[in-house]
Write a protein that binds this ligand. Structure first.
Ligand SMILES: C[S@@+](CC[C@H](N)C(=O)[O-])C[C@H]1O[C@@H](n2cnc3c(N)ncnc32)[C@H](O)[C@@H]1O
Length: 176
């Protein structure tokens, strides 16, 4: 409510231009927080909000999946090598999409890796997710997994101004 009430002022101050900087965002302006949203939500003391965020992601993930909408075998089915990385789910939250991907395409060889901020990854049950691997990684830094079959970004780029979205993509381009 507060957000909606203050948003017009933020937009007017910005001359109705698209926000370009995560440090000068509607979120910060309307909430009065010093931290950008993802820096704030995983701070100690905000566990309730972090869990609400994860629940929201799970709910939003109930619709059609990547593996139901693209020709997976055509794109990723060329290798018989178990040692390759088949898929990296970048900003993959709790890994729900990758679990579903794996259930649908368990016959394809290669590792499946879910990456997200350590604050999220550290809450996951690694044994329960096996053979899917999880990895704490900040996508504004160098991508450590090189040459994967696919880097999957779902509902990630829309969270950021173009400048930061390009940084995320540049780090993946370098790894491709
Ligand atoms: C909108 S959610 C999308 C989650 C998942 N891809 C899905 O579709 O359900 C964005 C995700 O990006 C993660 N994230 C935010 N900042 C990040 C960063 N700097 N590095 C890695 N992940 C980040 C969040 O923790 C969150 O899980």
């Amino acid at each position: 409510m507060e957000f909606s009430a203050k948003l017009p002022k933020f937009l007017k101050n910005a001359s109705y231009n698209n926000p370009e900087d995560k440090e000068n965002s509607p979120w910060k302006f309307t909430t009065g927080n010093d931290l950008a949203y993802f820096d704030w939500v995983f701070q100690p003391g905000n566990e309730y909000q972090a869990q609400a965020f994860h629940n929201h992601m799970e709910f939003k993930t109930l619709s059609k999946k990547l593996h139901e909408t693209v020709p997976v075998e055509e794109i990723l089915g060329n290798s018989t090598n178990e040692d390759i990385v088949l898929l990296v789910d970048v900003g993959g939250n709790t890994g729900l999409d990758t679990v579903r991907f794996h259930q649908a395409w368990s016959k394809l060889p290669g590792k499946r890796i879910v990456q997200d901020l350590p604050a999220t990854i550290d809450t996951l049950d690694r044994d329960q997710l096996k053979p899917i691997e999880v990895m704490g990684h900040n996508f504004f830094t160098e991508q450590p997994v090189k040459g994967a079959g696919a880097y999957y970004l779902k509902m990630v780029l829309h969270d950021w101004p173009d400048k930061q979205a390009k940084e995320i993509l540049s780090n993946l381009e370098a790894a491709l």
